[in-house]
Design a protein around this ligand. Structure first.
Ligand code: BGC
Length: 407
């Protein structure tokens, strides 16, 4: 039976919040629809409701779908109160067109610039003003593994793509899928980037996405990354094309597949299923660095004073220390604040936090650079993934054209 202390702790998020009643409607548009994601977003909703507000949930499956829908509404003059983007450049155009409201007063009152890592402050501000509240840091190059499947296959947890490829025959022989992969363009891209980072480190990765250096795409290392990536196709199962990331995580979780390369939002699914890292499953940061991503919420311009107050309250709550810990424990990410106690978080989170302490090991994901480049390269990566007959020469040629086509 729960002790009173445990019961109080379980509800402390709500009772610890500022008592000032807001009673305002806030429509929040996001793409968090999986089991783990829904549990995490509920922490925000409960916090807002607990502060007297009315959370109106607009969940749209798929990041790109949600962003398109939200941007259309903002441009069309019917914006949600609050909207999700990935940390980075995705909302820059909205800021440039004067469609977002800054939350500088909240940021100042709560010292955001002092409690957030500099890279995150930079990603959330434009010309020194906060146009977004960052809510987490996700690592995007984790390999999640099922311990039982690995054991039955007689292999150790792979620490690199080379080791995964080498272990694959044994895993297949034991009747399991070596690599669960969801064949959607953004998932193909996440996997590809992890291979590029492993092969050429932050240097190659940044030359491609930050510097748009086409020589880097024609380098031996990049070709080698493309070859390794191509080899991974044979490790997946027939159900892969079009499958969502969380259905794919489920294959690892239920012991049908050995591994999935995914952001640690996948850990949210293991958490929601009541599993513990180190016991039923494992998590490994793939070599080359820690690919940093995450989420922010932005605040479309609104005339109504009550809506502005709702936005301010939401910004304040999402980044409050209590909510940060409770939310990230469910989401699979780590808190974006540097001043919160994360000792209660699991061993994957501890490994992620450790990687975040070493700037040499961090690399900001593709979302921190040109969204256009992300789009054009994504198309050719996914085309290559789905066409095993395409050689690396043709892929490299297409990739270079994609880089040149992007602004
Ligand atoms: C977001 C995560 C989310 C994942 C899958 C990523 O872009 O950063 O928060 O869980 O998409 O929906």
């Amino acid at each position: 039976m729960k002790t009173l202390r445990q019961a109080l702790l379980a509800t402390c998020v709500v009772i610890a919040l500022p008592a000032a009643a807001v009673a305002q409607d806030a429509e929040v548009l996001h793409w968090w629809t999986s089991g783990g994601e829904s549990a995490a977003v509920k922490v925000f909703a409960d916090a807002y409701t607990g502060a007297g507000g009315n959370w109106i949930d607009t969940a749209i499956a798929g990041g790109q779908n949600a962003r398109n829908a939200g941007v259309n509404r903002i441009v069309g003059g019917n914006p949600p109160t609050v909207m999700q983007f990935n940390t980075g450049e995705q909302f820059s155009e909205l800021v440039a067109n004067g469609l977002l409201r800054d939350v500088d007063s909240v940021a100042k009152a709560n010292n955001w610039s002092d409690v957030l890592p500099k890279a995150v402050v930079d990603a959330a501000t434009r010309d020194g003003s906060f146009y977004a509240v960052p809510v987490n840091i996700h690592g995007q190059n984790w390999l999640f593994t099922n311990n039982d499947v690995l054991q039955k296959s007689g292999v150790e947890a792979p620490q690199s793509f080379a080791e995964l490829i080498a272990a694959a025959p044994k895993i297949k022989e034991a009747g399991f899928t070596p690599l669960a992969h969801g064949g959607q363009n953004w998932q193909d891209h996440v996997l590809f980037d992890a291979v590029v980072l492993e092969t050429g480190g932050p240097d190659l990765f940044l030359k491609i996405y930050r510097d748009k250096d086409t020589d880097a795409a024609e380098s031996d290392e990049f070709r080698q990354a493309a070859e390794t990536y191509g080899k991974l196709r044979a490790l997946t199962d027939e159900g892969s094309p079009g499958r969502s990331w969380n259905e794919t995580t489920n294959l690892v979780l239920t012991g049908k597949a050995a591994a999935q390369l995914m952001g640690d939002w996948a850990k949210g699914e293991f958490i929601a299923a009541g599993l513990t890292p180190g016991k039923e499953y494992g998590c490994t940061i793939m070599p080359g660095g820690y690919m940093m991503g995450g989420d922010v919420f932005v605040f479309p311009k609104v005339d109504d004073e009550a809506a502005k107050a709702a936005q301010d309250k939401m910004a304040e709550l999402m980044l409050s220390p209590e909510v940060q810990v409770a939310f990230n424990m469910k989401k699979g990410s780590v808190p974006v604040r540097l001043d919160v106690d994360v000792s209660a978080m699991d061993q994957c989170a501890q490994a992620g936090m450790k990687a975040l302490q070493d700037p040499a090991k961090q690399v900001a994901s593709h979302n921190f650079y040109s969204p256009d480049l992300v789009g054009t390269t994504r198309d050719v990566i996914t085309q290559y993934w789905s066409a095993p007959e395409m050689g690396t020469d043709e892929f490299v040629e297409n990739f270079v054209s994609a880089m040149e086509a992007a602004y």
